[in-house]
Write a protein that binds this ligand. Structure first.
Ligand SMILES: Cc1ncc(COP(=O)(O)O)c(C=O)c1O
Length: 477
C-alpha cells in the first residue's frame, strides 16, 4: 500500500496547510521579527525521539503552526532589514507547492524536459533583465556562494596554464584571482575549495565610495605577472554586500581584456537593478563579462533558494562540468537536448525555475523593476532621516539599497562609539521589534539596513529610526 491518501483527504490537508499559510501572511506585520529564544529553548521546543509511529496530519499541521511558526525569524515582514534577505512573494508560494508535488529532477534533459527547458528559459529572461547577452548559458543553483564557486571553477578550468582536469593544479604556477577588499567571502571559500589558496585571492583596495581601485588592480596584476605567477581572473562586484557599492565595471573589463583574464561580475545582490532608471549607467560593462552571478532570491523577490549563473560561452560551462559515466548515458545525446548536469556541480536538482517563471509572469519585469526603484528610494529615505538627526551619522550609502549608519551622540571617541554601536546591534536583536545587522566600514562599527523587501514602507523606516534612537539613548544614559 502506498503512502498516499484519497484525493478528498489530500484536498483537506492542502486546505488546512493553505489556512496556516494565509493566517501567517495575515499576521506578518505583527509581533517580534526575532523570536528571541535561546538555542536551548528552541532545542527543547523541538526535542523528541525518532517517531516510530504515524501522527495524524491534522495534528501535525497544528504542531507545525505552534512549534515552527512560533520560532521563525519573520523575514517576510516589513521590519526585517538584515543581511540581503528578501521577503519572497505569494505567487512563488504556490509555485513551491506545485514544484514539490511534481518532484522533477533535471539532471538530464529526458529526466525532466520541462524543468530543463524552463530553467534555460528563465535564465535567458534573467540575462535579458540585466542586459547580458541572451546567447549565454545559465543555471539555477542554491545561492550566490555556490554560483560564485561555479563561476570560479569555470575561470580556473578555462584560464589555467595547464590541463588541470587530470593533473590537478600541482604542475601549474600559482594562479591569482583579484577582487576588491569589499568582495564577498564566498570567493575566499572558493579559492580554498578549488585548491587555488586564499592567499592568492588578491584583495584590492577600494576608494571612498567602496569601489575597487582600478589602478591598484592593474598594478597588482602586473606585479604578480612579474613574479612569475599566473593571473587568471578579476572580479567586479556589482552591489557589494556591505554597502551596495558598484565597482567600475568598464574599468575592470578593460584590465581583464588587456591581461587576458577571465572577467567575472558578482551581481548576486545588485544585478537586478542593472536596467532600473537612475542606476542603470552604473552597470555598463556587465555585458562584457565572461560570467555573471545574479540571485533571483535576492532582489527579484523570489523566495529561497535561487542563485543564478550566467556564462557567456556555454561551451565553457560544459568543458568545466561535463562528466558522463555509463549510468548517465542515454541514446539521445543529440537532437538539441541540454543535460544540465553538464553545466553545474549538482546532479540531482530540484525544479527551481518554476518559482522564477511564475514570479516573472505574475508581476512582469516592469513591475519588478519599479519595486527595485522603490527599494532604492527607501534607502535614500533612511539616509535622509539619518542625516537630519544630530545623534545619527551616515557611514556609507552606496547607489543601491543598503545604508550603513551609527548612533553617534556628542562627546564619545571612536572606540566608545564602536563599543556603543556593537551593544546597540546586540540589543536590537534582543528587543526584536526590528531585525538589523552590523558591519565595519573603514574600521567603524555600523548598523546596516538593507531594503529588498517589497512590503517595507516609509512608516516602517520611521519606526526603525525610532527604535535605534530609543535603544541607543537607553544604552548611553
Ligand atoms: C555580493 C554577494 N555575493 C554573493 C553572495 C552570496 O549569496 P548567497 O547568500 O545566496 O550564497 C552575497 C550574499 O549576500 C552577496 O551579497
Amino acid at each position: 500500500m502506498s503512502l498516499d491518501v484519497s484525493s478528498r483527504q489530500f484536498q483537506q490537508w492542502i486546505k488546512q496547510a493553505g489556512q496556516l499559510v494565509s493566517d501567517f501572511y495575515e499576521r506578518k506585520e505583527e509581533g517580534s521579527v526575532f523570536a528571541g529564544q535561546s538555542p536551548t529553548e528552541v532545542q527543547e521546543l523541538l526535542e523528541e525521539s525518532l517517531p516510530e509511529k504515524a501522527e495524524s496530519i491534522n495534528n501535525l499541521l497544528d504542531e507545525t503552526g505552534e512549534k515552527i511558526l512560533s520560532s521563525i525569524t519573520n523575514n517576510i515582514g516589513p521590519r526585517y532589514y538584515g543581511y540581503i534577505t528578501g521577503g519572497g512573494n505569494q505567487v512563488a508560494v504556490l509555485a513551491e507547492m506545485i514544484k514539490a508535488s511534481l518532484n522533477q529532477n533535471n539532471l538530464k534533459w529526458h529526466s525532466s524536459p520541462v524543468s530543463t527547458e524552463l530553467e534555460r528559459l528563465v535564465m535567458r529572461w534573467v540575462a535579458e533583465f540585466i542586459g547580458y547577452p541572451t546567447s549565454s548559458a545559465g543555471v539555477l543553483l542554491s545561492g550566490g556562494s555556490v554560483a560564485n564557486f561555479n563561476c570560479l571553477a569555470v575561470a580556473r578550468k578555462i584560464k589555467a596554464p595547464a590541463d588541470i582536469s587530470e593533473e590537478g593544479v600541482y604542475g601549474s604556477r600559482p594562479m591569482t584571482v583579484y577582487v576588491s577588499e569589499e568582495g564577498h567571502s564566498s570567493f575566499d571559500k572558493a579559492m580554498d575549495m578549488l585548491g587555488l589558496g586564499k592567499s592568492y585571492l588578491r584583495k584590492i583596495p577600494v576608494d571612498e565610495q567602496m569601489r575597487i581601485d582600478p589602478e591598484q588592480l592593474e598594478k597588482q596584476v602586473q606585479k604578480d605577472k612579474n613574479r612569475g605567477l599566473e593571473p587568471i581572473c578579476a572580479i567586479a562586484v556589482a552591489g557589494t554586500t556591505n554597502s551596495g557599492a558598484v565597482d567600475d565595471l568598464q574599468a575592470v573589463a578593460e584590465i581583464c581584456q588587456k591581461h587576458g583574464l577571465w572577467y567575472h561580475v558578482d551581481a548576486a545582490y545588485g544585478g537586478p537593478a542593472a536596467k532600473v532608471e537612475g542606476v542603470s549607467e552604473l552597470f555598463e560593462g556587465i555585458e562584457q563579462a565572461d560570467s555573471v552571478v545574479v540571485n533571483p532570491h535576492k532582489w527579484m523577490y523570489v523566495p529561497f533558494e535561487a542563485g543564478g549563473v550566467l556564462v557567456k560561452n556555454p561551451e565553457h560551462l560544459r568543458r568545466t562540468f561535463s562528466t558522463i559515466p555509463d549510468y548517465l548515458k542515454s541514446d539521445q545525446q543529440n537532437g538539441g537536448r541540454t543535460d544540465l548536469m553538464e553545466y553545474n556541480l549538482p546532479l540531482t536538482k530540484e525544479f527551481k525555475a518554476l518559482k522564477v517563471w511564475m514570479t516573472l509572469k505574475a508581476y512582469g519585469a516592469d513591475r519588478i523593476r519599479s519595486e527595485i526603484a522603490r527599494d532604492i528610494g527607501k534607502a535614500k529615505y533612511l539616509a535622509e532621516l539619518v542625516e537630519e538627526h544630530e545623534q545619527l551619522e551616515l557611514i556609507a550609502h552606496g547607489s543601491l539599497s543598503i545604508v550603513c549608519f551609527r548612533y553617534s551622540p556628542d562627546g564619545l571617541d571612536e572606540t566608545s562609539l564602536n563599543e556603543l554601536n556593537d551593544r546597540i546591534i546586540d540589543e536590537i536583536e534582543t528587543d526584536g521589534r526590528v531585525f538589523l545587522t552590523g558591519t565595519k566600514i573603514h574600521g567603524k562599527t555600523a548598523l546596516r539596513a538593507c531594503f529588498i523587501n517589497h512590503r517595507t514602507e516609509n512608516d516602517d523606516i520611521d519606526f526603525l529610526r525610532d527604535v535605534v534612537l530609543e535603544i541607543g539613548s537607553g544604552l548611553n544614559s
